[in-house]
Design a binder for this molecule. Structure first.
Ligand code: 5GP
Length: 185
């Protein structure tokens, strides 16, 4: 019988550089299974259905909530995001480590139901740097950007709920620190 895999939760305010850090982490640790979330938000350019997210409408999302299909879910800046439960539990049962890249409300639900989960919060070096990165991405309207900045400030206030905090001042350094956390926990 396989040893069960671990659940790894990574959160970060948007603009903390989490996407790049996770991409690099998965290159170095390809055996980690990345959970594909469902969301009601529209795809950004280049995002493929079933890869970045499962893009679904609100009606289907609500049906999945009622069906108990989510490990956790949350509303974030006007859209729903959730982790489909079955693929995560199947992978863990098969002995694979599974990574969830989710926001703080969802992370709290995961910590409640799976207290053994490893939790990592990635923070930007400063608020100024965070705003610069968000603007640089250029994908959000001014309204959405303001909402994400406000949300980021709120989220930063939750970092103490996580067992590990990693500052993304330099991508390689941050990834190395995350790998050390994974290898030593
Ligand atoms: P974005 O729209 O930038 O892709 O994601 C917005 C936020 O939703 C990010 O903080 C991301 O981590 C979070 N998120 C993505 N998928 C999930 C999910 O399945 N559950 C929860 N709770 N948050 C998610």
């Amino acid at each position: 019988m396989n040893e069960r895999g671990r659940l790894i939760v990574i959160s970060a305010p948007s603009g903390a550089g989490k996407g790049t850090v996770i991409e690099r982490l998965l290159k170095l640790r390809p055996e980690i299974v990345m959970s594909v979330s469902a969301t009601t938000r529209a795809p950004r350019e280049g995002e493929k259905d079933g890869e970045a997210y499962h893009f679904i409408d609100t009606e289907k999302f609500l049906r999945m909530i009622r069906g108990g299909d989510f490990l956790e879910y949350a509303e974030y800046v006007g859209d729903y995001y959730g982790t489909p439960k079955k693929p995560v539990l199947d992978a863990i049962d098969a002995g694979k480590d599974v990574l969830l890249e989710i926001e703080v409300q969802g992370a709290r639900q995961v910590i409640d139901i799976m207290p053994g989960a490893m939790t990592i919060f990635i923070v930007p070096p400063s608020m100024e740097e965070l705003e610069r990165r968000l603007r640089g991405r250029g994908t959000d309207s001014e309204d959405k950007l303001a909402a994400r900045l406000l949300q980021a400030k709120t989220e930063l206030g939750h970092k103490s709920e996580y067992t590990n905090i990693v500052v993304n001042d330099d991508i390689e350094r941050a990834v190395t620190e995350i790998i050390e956390i994974l290898d030593n926990t």
